[in-house]
Design a protein around this ligand. Structure first.
Ligand SMILES: NC(=O)c1ccc[n+]([C@@H]2O[C@H](COP(=O)([O-])OP(=O)(O)OC[C@H]3O[C@@H](n4cnc5c(N)ncnc54)[C@H](OP(=O)(O)O)[C@@H]3O)[C@@H](O)[C@H]2O)c1
Length: 300
């Protein structure tokens, strides 16, 4: 029986991937990790049939322990807080010490050609998106570990719920600072989760050494997103240039996020749409309009 370890399994993408793996592939032995004991407790409640371990990528021994008997690993790191110069070398060292890991799947976000050198210290310090991925990927690439990357160089649709839904529900206003507006590609989190589960359950040799780039097909700025939400809820949503709700939502991380946006609004504009999701899953990917219809209750 194959064993898959998910590091940071309490996360948005990782938890949904664990749920899908359990539902679709009950024969797989799943080991779920959190860096916190409260996270482990929650995982034990939510996944009573999985093996739950505490593993922190700043604690090498905990990684070695979590990887015992494991065939494949899935890694997603959180934005704003991850020190890739410590976490990824620890993960690599533990995988090399194990010696038996057949595949490591890592979620990244890198527009083609962008590097840590090009980003520079100011943006790397935001520890967000490409600013973690462009540090981690070269380290993994140099390690000879059997890697598969899921590269998502665009917005994940769950940002709508995280940043916009509350204000739209309360006042029919899409409120964001206008300097953060851009023509963006959007990918549904469910499509990423379906791709991750497929890659983790296909034959290892089908995906090792590959970078699967997932994007949306159509670019939308805030006005166009507001128009799509208006259609989904049969009511008019207007775009308002105001930083306050984002400040409230982000707290201490607001300045980091605003610095991040200064690179993000331009560095992702040249990303070309791919048909990777459709090719891998043999079904159409979810459009933003379909997503909004499905998530309508978030906004009304
Ligand atoms: N938002 C977007 O539009 C977008 C677009 C493209 C790519 N991305 C990328 O998607 C990723 C975020 O995805 P997400 O929202 O699914 O992630 P998330 O919910 O932030 O999950 C990350 C997990 O990492 C775990 N973690 C934190 N510190 C840890 C440590 N020291 N050791 C081990 N585990 C640790 C956390 O679990 P515990 O606290 O329980 O340990 C957490 O559940 C980011 O890398 C981001 O760049 C986002």
């Amino acid at each position: 029986m194959e064993s898959i370890l998910i590091l940071g399994a309490t996360g948005n993408i990782t938890k949904a991937t664990a749920q899908l793996l359990i539902r679709k592939y009950p024969e797989i032995s799943l080991r779920l990790a959190s860096s916190r004991s409260a996270g482990c407790e929650r995982l034990r409640e939510q996944f009573p049939h999985a093996d739950v371990v505490q593993a922190d990528w700043y604690d090498y021994e905990s990684l070695v322990n979590a990887m015992k008997g494991v065939d494949r690993i899935f890694i997603v790191v959180p934005d704003f807080v991850t020190d890739e110069n410590v976490a990824t070398p620890n993960i690599i060292k533990a995988i090399q010490a194990n010696g038996k890991i057949k595949q490591v799947v890592r979620l990244i976000s890198i527009p083609e050609g962008l590097t840590a050198e090009k980003l520079g210290e100011e943006f790397l310090a935001t520890q967000c998106g490409a600013n973690t991925s462009t540090i981690a990927k070269p380290l993994f690439d140099a390690s000879n570990i059997p890697m598969t990357y899921i590269n998502v160089p665009c917005w994940i649709m769950f940002n709508l719920e995280m940043f916009l839904a509350q204000e739209i529900k309360a006042s029919r206003r899409l409120v964001m600072p206008s300097v953060t507006d851009a023509d963006r590609l959007w990918v549904a989190e469910q499509d990423i989760v379906d791709v991750a589960a497929k890659i983790l359950t296909d034959r290892v040799e089908d995906h090792v050494g590959k970078e699967h780039v997932l994007t949306g097909q159509v670019r939308y700025n805030y006005a166009q997103v507001a128009e799509l939400i208006s259609q989904a809820i049969n009511d008019t949503v207007t775009v308002v240039d105001d930083a306050e709700p984002l400040k409230q939502a982000m707290g201490d991380l607001y300045d980091k996020l605003m610095t991040y946006y200064r690179h993000e609004v331009k560095d992702y504009l040249a990303v070309k749409p791919t048909d990777t999701i459709e090719k891998l899953l043999k079904r159409p990917q979810m459009t933003l309009a379909e997503y909004l219809q499905e998530k309508r209750s978030l906004f009304v």
